[in-house]
Each structure stands twice: as C-alpha cells, then as structure tokens.
Design a binder for this molecule. Structure first.
Ligand code: SAM
Length: 206
C-alpha cells in the first residue's frame, strides 16, 4: 500500500472513532474528509473490492419497499443504484459531502434511473431532508450520525449500516456501539448480516 493510501485510511479511522465518541468534533474533520474524498472520486470505482456491497444487499432482504430511500455517504452512488434497482418504485436520493463524488455518481446514471434517482451534495450531520420523510436509509462505509438518522426516518422505517470489510474497514463502527447509540434514539429489531468480509446492521425506527 502506498504512503498516501495508508495516511488516508488512518485519517478515516481517526475521524470515525473521534466523531462517534464526540459528534461535535465533526466540524474539525469535515474539511479534511471532504478533501480526501474529492481526491479519491476519480479512482473510487477502481479501488473498491468486488462484492463490497454484499452485506448491505443481504440486509435488504425482506425489507418492505420504501416510497423514498436515502443513501448517505453515497460516494460514486453504487449503493444508491443497487437500492433503486432492488425497489423499482422508490424515489432514491444519494447524499455525499464531496462534490467530486456527486459529480461522478450523477454522470453514471442511466436514462432509466435518472427519473427517480438523484445525487446531491450534503452533510449527513445536518441533512437537507424533512423529518420522518424516508422509509429506508442506507450507509455503506460511512460515519453514522444517529440523531439525524432518527430524525429523517419515518416511524417503522428501516436503517442499514454496512461495512465492506467489517472491522478492517477504515470507516467502521462496532455493532455493539451502533446498537447502543441507535437504541437510545428509539431504534429496535436489530439484525446483523455477514457476507464475505462484510458486515451490516439493520434496525427499525420504532
Ligand atoms: C468510504 S466512502 C464510501 C462510499 C460509498 N458509500 C461506498 O461504499 O462505495 C465514504 C463517503 O462518505 C462521504 N462522507 C463522509 N462523511 C460524510 C458526511 N458527514 N455526509 C455526507 N457524506 C459523507 C465521503 O465523501 C465519501 O464519499
């Protein structure tokens, strides 16, 4: 692994651990991660491993079709497109902090998906989305902000938080920590999914 790659992974891990413990620290890490992922946008699709969304897709089995779904930290949009294909009636919004990622994701949209999938720049810590307006929210390899997840999910809605390489993923939050943070905010019915090295936690907003 090259030095900038090692440094990038360390930054992602440091930011995740710090922000999960103290969400107020996000404003310190925000510009750093934004610059990091802007730089990675042109190569992101080449560096993700095949099957990197398998655990997330496994967690979607049996989930009721949403009217509106949100993919946070969408990057180049792979999870957003996968969710949209799984639920052909759903309106899908992919949100990412990095304008360069959003640009790549938008350029990849097929004519078929363009009518109901859109990507926009935004921060998962302060989402430009109305309260209780989404029946499904997904995060793949992304720092969760539990207060915002609880705010935007409709009662009974589903949350899936996935990490492509489990605890080896640079942006990773242990399932016990996630469960505690989410349970405090009214989430329930937790279930874990595993696919290759990937893990996913599914929860319902009660
Ligand atoms: C590790 S990448 C994952 C991309 C994609 N979900 C995937 O698995 O291929 C993390 C992405 O989350 C974005 N991100 C990080 N913090 C964010 C935040 N607070 N709000 C929105 N996007 C964020 C980054 O810009 C980056 O594109």
């Amino acid at each position: 692994m090259r030095l900038p790659e090692v440094a990038g992974r360390r930054l992602a891990r440091l930011a995740t651990d710090a922000v999960v413990r103290r969400p107020a620290l996000w404003r310190v890490f925000r510009p750093l991660l934004r610059a990091q992922f802007d730089g990675l946008a042109p190569v992101w699709d080449r560096i993700v491993s095949p099957g990197h969304l398998d655990a997330l897709l496994a967690a979607l089995e049996g989930v009721a079709p949403p009217r509106r779904a949100l993919d946070l930290g969408t990057g180049t949009g792979a999870a957003a497109v996968a969710v949209a294909e799984r639920f052909p009636e759903a309106e899908m919004i992919g949100i990412d902090l990095s304008p360069a990622m959003v640009e790549v994701a938008t350029a990849k949209l097929t004519d078929e998906l363009r009518g109901r999938v859109r990507f926009r720049v935004g921060d998962a810590a302060a989402l430009p989305v109305e309260d209780g307006s989404c029946e499904l929210v997904t995060l793949a390899n992304m720092i969760p902000f539990p207060d915002e997840l609880a705010r935007v999910l409709a009662p009974g809605g589903t949350l899936v938080v996935a990490f492509s390489r489990g605890a080896e993923t640079p942006i990773y939050v242990a399932s016990e920590r996630l469960r505690d943070d989410l349970a405090e905010r009214g989430f329930a019915d937790f279930a874990e999914f595993f696919a290759g090295p990937g893990t996913a936690l599914r929860a319902r907003r009660s």
